[in-house]
Design a protein around this ligand. Structure first.
Ligand code: ADP
Ligand code: MG
Length: 160
């Protein structure tokens, strides 16, 4: 118990400021280099924050050759052409983690890929071990974002 408290205190959180969608994608590309089978990326942030842009970078970094589009209407898009499978979810229309069963969430987890989850807020209970990525829009500048990465000890030496 004490040990886990100490660990959480030294746990590195990173904050990065980007000034274009390309820069946000570039952060995603760097993170992708260290992703492991079964990793879950839980995004937090408003509509238009840049969650899909970040995922485009993740996909590029994994070597995905298909074009990444928003899974808003499909709930999940699968990209299988990279180093690891990438499953890109949009949980906007889910009410709670109870709805995950219906979309086959456990099956995706079992496939040893990376799950990148937009609107994690809606299924928070199911995502406790995830790498949390919060993207904030700067109210004063439409091209500026602050990206906070939590649970990303592995990524610190990437210099993001
Ligand atoms: P979300 O998936 O969070 O709804 P998108 O990635 O679809 O957001 O859209 C982000 C929008 O914000 C795009 O229109 C993009 O061009 C714009 N944008 C402007 N600046 C940035 C930035 N620094 N990072 C990411 N997106 C940005
Ligand atoms: Mg999106």
């Amino acid at each position: 118990m004490v040990e886990s408290c100490q660990k959480s205190k030294v746990r590195e959180n990173m904050q990065i400021r980007t000034i274009s969608p390309e820069e946000t994608e570039a952060v995603g590309r760097k993170i992708a280099a260290k992703l492991l089978p079964g990793d879950i990326i839980a995004y937090y942030g408003d509509l238009g924050a840049g969650k899909t842009a970040f995922t485009r970078g993740l996909a590029a970094g994994l070597g995905v050759t298909e074009q990444v589009t928003s899974p808003t209407y499909t709930i999940v898009n699968e990209y299988l052409s990279g180093r690891l499978p990438l499953f890109h979810f949009d949980m906007y229309r889910l009410d709670s983690a109870d709805d995950l069963f219906d979309i086959g969430w456990e099956d995706y987890l079992a496939r040893g890929g990376v799950c990148a989850v937009e609107w994690s807020e809606n299924v928070e209970e199911a995502l406790s071990g995830a790498i949390r990525i919060t993207i904030h829009k700067d109210p004063a500048d439409e091209n500026v974002r602050t990206i906070t990465i939590e649970g990303g000890e592995r990524f610190v030496d990437l210099g993001v």
